[in-house]
Design a protein around this ligand. Structure first.
Ligand SMILES: [Zn+2]
Length: 179
């Protein structure tokens, strides 16, 4: 788990992310969470993409098994139940704090007026996208985003159990080009 500042993503990191997304990774400013094998699971993305598009989802879940697990959860009607957790005052306050932490992390990469005050996943008062909330929870670590933590704990996927297509590809030493 990593919040800013991030080390620069390596070419191997970006190659794995592009393969996970099935398209070229854009605007990646850091790897915010990794699988136990070292491959990225969450990328941090610049709030304004290279083509100028505002991009609120600073912590973006890229791992295919993780995104599939969150889609499965969303399909089980868990959203109203998770939203109900916000009726608890303490949980609601923690979720609001997670929203502010999210915006503060993103602001380190520039202010984008179009998405000013807008975080992701439905924060601070709704539960709309478990992919975004789990991405934040994986980046920030347990205890920051209560709904993201809850989504991960109910998920069949875990970063502790590698289900990558090419485990460790992001941290494998580059092949010696002179060989
Ligand atoms: Zn892995």
């Amino acid at each position: 788990m990593t919040t800013p500042p991030f080390p620069l993503p390596t070419p191997a990191d970006l190659a794995v992310v592009s393969s996970q997304l099935g398209r070229e990774a854009r605007g990646v400013v850091g790897i915010a969470a990794r699988c136990v094998c070292g491959n990225p699971t969450v990328v941090a993305t610049t709030p304004r993409l290279p083509d100028g598009t505002p991009f609120p989802t600073f912590y973006y879940l890229t791992h295919p098994a993780a995104t599939a697990a969150m889609s499965t959860l969303e399909a089980t009607q868990v959203m109203p139940e998770l939203t109900g957790l916000l009726e608890d005052e303490e949980t609601a306050a923690a979720y609001e704090a997670a929203h502010r932490a999210y915006l503060a992390d993103r602001a380190q990469f520039g202010d984008v007026s179009e998405i000013d005050g807008i975080s992701a996943g439905g924060m601070p008062t709704r539960v709309k996208c478990l992919h975004a909330l789990a991405g934040h929870a994986l980046a920030a670590g347990p205890g920051v985003n209560p709904i993201g933590d809850e989504a991960l704990s109910r998920s069949a996927w875990s970063p502790q159990l590698c289900r990558c297509d090419d485990p460790g590809a992001a941290i494998r030493p580059a092949e010696d080009s002179t060989a």
